[in-house]
Design a protein around this ligand. Sequence first.
Ligand code: GLP
Length: 261
Amino acid sequence: MFPINEWGTSMSAAAFENVENEELALHRTANDAATDLANRIANIVRDKPDAVLGLATGGTMEPVYEALIAMNRDGLSFAGVRSFNLDEYLGLDPTHPMSYRATMHRIFFDHVDILPENTHLPNGTATDLTAESAAYENAIRQTGGIDLQILGIGRNGHIGFNEPGSTVNSRTRVVTLAPDTISANSRFFNRTEEQPVQAITMGLGTILEARQIAILATGKSKARALDNAMRGPVTPDCPASFLQDHKSVSWIADNEAADLL
Ligand code: GLP
């Protein structure tokens, strides 16, 4: 049994062996969990104003960005921050409203003082996608690496767009989305629109190089994936399970997502 005491408290996860710094933070509501993640991001930015943040999209992250926008209004500056998003749909122009580039501007970048030239997402319309992937890896490396990578989790345990079957050493590359991911994300597309079935994503190896990782899971639909990721075997069948071997990971969940722990 994973150690759970009181709601809203963080605890060291003694159940995980061989882990220097693993933590589970449980919250009553999705909004409390999102605020917790926003506070962690803010603390990193306060300590290191030119921090390199690994950012994520997905419905789970929207309240996190709302909280950060409010903090920016209250004086938290992102002017020195560099950011790298996890992934982008293949074939969607950055100006397409459903591209992750346009989404990030709509839900975060356009509302804070981050410099657009310091924000990075893979380009899903690059003509040479192998070169684009290698350039993305290089750009991350040139900043000195990601200080904090934030992650959501797919219902099938994916992180970024690393679907089941992804290997621990995988790097930024083109992937084909799992049917469950396509169906989960169809809510963001009009019925008349062509929904991409491929994406370009940081690999698991790329993600695991971040100095700190914080993964946020909220809602009933994530309970099985979170349980598999935290307590199941470390396996490509559940890509998020590789986080168990990272030296500094915080699992942040609301009570619905934590239901099976
Ligand atoms: C998407 C993204 C992931 C995200 C996940 C969950 O497909 N590529 O980065 O974490 O699926 O999304 P949501 O938060 O909308 O459930």
